[in-house]
Design a protein around this ligand. Structure first.
Ligand SMILES: Nc1ncnc2c1ncn2[C@@H]1O[C@H](COP(=O)(O)OP(=O)(O)O)[C@@H](O)[C@H]1O
Ligand SMILES: [Mg+2]
Length: 363
């Protein structure tokens, strides 16, 4: 009797037959097939828990075919947390609690939760910007000590809502990105003007406050370093690649969604830092890539991959800006690194294979 074929479900947000990252999932499906895994894409909202089936999509002969599948053995969680995540959450939790299903990793749920875990590590703490929950008083305190602060939504992505506040005599300059991710800049007068602006800007969302860091080149171009770390076929962490995302000079954020581009790390560092500082930065980047995933996994539970966003200030200090458990891969295409790009797609399949072997003692 042939062994049962194991299945890997890519859990994502689908609107009918529409879902993002199709190119990525197509390659993942084909590589999975080579490794003996049947791969399909599904939305947690389409699970039938009584029948233990789910309607999803499988890539076959050039198209995504819709069909009903038995619940998968393994789940790759690509269900982005965002404003309407509450519609998905109960289904996701039910799948997470299902003893017959193994998640490759459990998604991180927000910047504040991640910060509170990382700050417990004596090795990582020096690389974290001072971070507090936003209130008028924590903001005032940060402005008093640092002159300029950043506020950003706890559940934010793509730079949306990331805003700098600068104290200037009796005025405050506010610059950032609104809810539609459009850049804006304005001046308000006095504490009262600031409070009025922030009341409406922060309504309905929780924000964090950090000191504003000079995460830009001497010419004022914002950038950050995205490091992709992934579990490999032995269940161990490995760095897949790193790239620099460069934002628009007029912007305070470097997110690609905000109109930025990507370039390779080493030549970028050579252009902007002395050889000594460059090598210190590279050492710290690799220390963070090695230490952070292992530590975070101890506090949080199983993870399959992380996009670690590092900021580098004008003095060459390295800062952990954000850790993303559902990282994108477009940077590797943008910097023309096909090897890192291919690796970024195949690693989750290798790890899935490893988990399956650990679970059932082989195929
Ligand atoms: N404390 C800060 N000081 C200066 N710039 C910051 C700070 N925090 C974030 N940024 C800029 O804003 C971008 C987006 O911030 P991030 O925390 O990653 O939020 P998002 O989830 O929206 O990507 C960063 O990549 C960086 O360019
Ligand atoms: Mg980010």
């Amino acid at each position: 009797m042939p062994a049962k074929q194991h299945s890997l479900g890519i859990m994502t947000r689908c609107q009918g037959a529409y879902f993002v990252d199709k190119g990525f999932y197509r390659k993942l499906t084909m590589y999975g097939r080579k490794k003996g895994l049947r791969v399909f894409v599904f939305s947690p909202r389409n699970v039938n828990f009584d029948a233990r089936t789910v309607r999803g999509f499988e890539y076959r002969q050039g198209t995504w075919e819709s069909r009903v599948f038995p619940l998968p053995d393994l789940i790759y969680d690509r269900c982005f947390v965002g404003p309407s995540y509450r519609h998905y959450k109960p289904f996701v939790e039910r799948l997470q609690n299902d003893p017959a299903i193994t998640f490759l990793g459990h998604g991180l749920s927000g910047k504040w939760q991640v910060h509170k875990m990382l700050i417990q590590s004596p090795k990582l703490a020096p690389y974290l910007p001072r971070t507090e929950l936003f209130s008028l008083s924590t903001l005032r305190e940060t402005l008093r000590t640092h002159g300029a602060a950043v506020i950003k939504p706890i559940a934010g992505t793509h730079g949306i809502g990331v805003t700098r506040i600068k104290a200037m005599n009796d005025r405050y300059e506010i610059a950032g990105r609104n809810r539609k991710n459009q850049p804006f800049r304005r001046l308000v007068k006095g504490q009262a003007g600031l409070a009025t602006f922030l009341r409406s800007f922060t309504t309905g969302r929780k924000f964090l406050v950090q000191p504003y860091l000079n995460l830009h080149t001497p010419a004022g171009v914002p950038f950050d370093v995205r490091v992709l770390v992934q579990k490999n076929g032995d269940g161990a962490w490995e760095t897949t690649g790193a790239a620099v995302r460069v934002g628009d000079k007029r912007s305070i954020t470097s997110n690609l969604h905000g109109g930025g581009k990507a370039v390779p790390l080493s030549p970028f560092l050579s252009r902007h830092f002395s050889p000594e500082i460059k090598s210190r930065i590279e050492q710290q980047v690799s220390l963070l890539a090695n230490e952070l995933p292992v530590f975070l996994e101890q506090s949080h539970g199983r993870l399959v991959e992380l996009g670690i966003d590092l900021g580098i200030d004008t003095d060459g200090n390295v800062w952990v800006i954000e850790v993303n458990s559902r990282p994108g891969r477009t940077v590797f295409r943008k910097i023309g690194d096909p090897q890192a790009r291919l690796h970024s797609i195949t690693q989750p399949v290798r790890y899935a294979h490893y988990l399956m072997q650990a679970r059932v003692g082989g195929y």
